[in-house]
Design a protein around this ligand. Structure first.
Ligand SMILES: *Cc1c(COP(=O)(O)O)cnc(C)c1O
Length: 363
């Protein structure tokens, strides 16, 4: 029996949060740290909330080793608003940008950018239903592109970049919504990193943007004020009311990651969890993972039985066992186990036990 009778939640997002964080948030809920109020009720201009915001930024900087010449912003609007904010702010010279299409989210980002400039597909694996991640570099990118755009982890297809494309002097922009904080990355290789919180960071409602300072200040005159990164940077993410509670919970997650060994320890645990699950899938005669091995995501593990009805049965029976949200994205079907930072190894073990039993019963 799990604590509080909780299920193992394999949802792709919003997704599982660390139990110690939920308990801390619960304990502080009605009276945050002796302030006499909950974080939900606090003025975003109060000293208490300013400290929450500042600590969250500082802890994220420490965890990701973010250099001083990058700003950290907490913005609303989810990942989808970043599809618009990126071109609105970064198409600043030639009006050209090159996008790698590695899944649904990358494609949505590309389509949105096409409304604002001359956007080219630099690489794509769409013809193979996004089962691998293309390799490309400087020589493939237009030399006058204002930026190059990638999606480091493809949440729906279960693939991830196993390298960082070298784009020379052209800023690389990365959507890290589903793998931020899961493994060590070199922030200096990127112009902009952004991530919606609800996959691997915290509750829905806040999006993290990490942006190199020299890329600020290029939003066009007609850009809505909220969509200008510089406005958020100049006002410490408090130009208007920020998503206070979501920032607070994300901040508690950052503290928790720091207290449990930081990103390198997290990466080690994540790789071990993913390896266990992939090894089992590879050894099984029922389940298949359709992804090129070297491009397998350590966050979203997709698999199929090859029989859509059996897949449905799998998802339904798993749910009865307390293993929930295992169906693949509605666009591709099959199964998907999202095993983000907060999924404990016991959850992987329970899933594998169930998979074995199901395989045995459905030979
Ligand atoms: C979920 C997701 C998005 C979209 O996020 P929303 O907050 O729902 O707009 C974008 N990119 C990736 C990689 C995602 O996983």
């Amino acid at each position: 029996m799990t604590a509080y009778n909780r299920v193992y939640n394999f949802s792709a997002g919003p997704s599982v949060l660390p139990l110690p964080v939920l308990e801390k948030v619960r304990d502080d809920l009605v009276n945050y740290q002796g302030s006499g109020q909950s974080v939900m009720e606090m003025s975003h201009r109060s000293a208490e909330f300013k400290k929450i915001l500042k600590d969250a930024e500082q802890d994220l900087r420490e965890l990701m080793n973010i250099p001083d010449n990058y700003k950290v912003l907490f913005i609303q609007g989810g990942g989808t608003l970043q599809f618009s904010m990126v071109p609105l702010n970064l198409l600043r010279n030639s009006g050209k940008a090159d996008y790698a299409i590695t899944g649904t989210w990358a494609k949505k980002a590309y389509k949105e950018a096409c409304r604002f400039g001359d956007i080219k597909v630099v690489a794509s694996s769409e013809d193979d239903t996004f089962t691998w991640v293309p390799k490309f570099g400087k020589e493939d990118v237009r030399p006058d592109a204002d930026y190059v755009y990638i999606t480091t982890n493809n949440t729906i297809y279960g693939t991830a970049y196993n390298y960082i494309p070298d784009t020379g002097n052209i800023p690389l922009v990365a959507d890290m919504s589903s793998n931020i904080l899961s493994q060590e990355i070199d922030v200096t290789k990127f112009g902009v990193i952004w991530a919606g919180a609800q996959k691997n960071v915290g509750p829905a409602g806040v999006t993290i943007v990490i942006i190199r300072e020299d890329l600020l200040g290029y939003a066009g005159e007609k850009t809505p004020v909220y969509l200008d990164y510089k406005i958020h940077a100049d006002n410490d993410s408090s130009y208007n009311t920020p998503p206070c509670f979501a920032i607070y919970v994300a901040g508690e997650v950052f503290k928790h990651i720091k207290a449990t060994g930081g990103i390198s320890a997290m990466e080690e645990r994540n790789r071990a969890k993913a390896k266990k699950l992939y090894d089992y899938i590879d050894s099984s005669s029922l389940y298949k993972n359709p992804v090129a091995r070297e491009d397998r995501s350590i966050m979203n593990v997709v698999f199929v039985t090859g029989n859509a009805d059996l897949d449905k049965k799998f998802v339904a029976q798993a749910k009865e066992t307390g293993l929930v949200n295992l169906s693949g994205h509605r666009s591709i079907g099959g199964m998907r186990a999202s095993i983000y930072n907060a999924m404990p190894e016991e959850g992987i073990d329970a899933l594998i036990d169930f998979m074995k039993k199901f395989e045995e019963e459905n030979k």
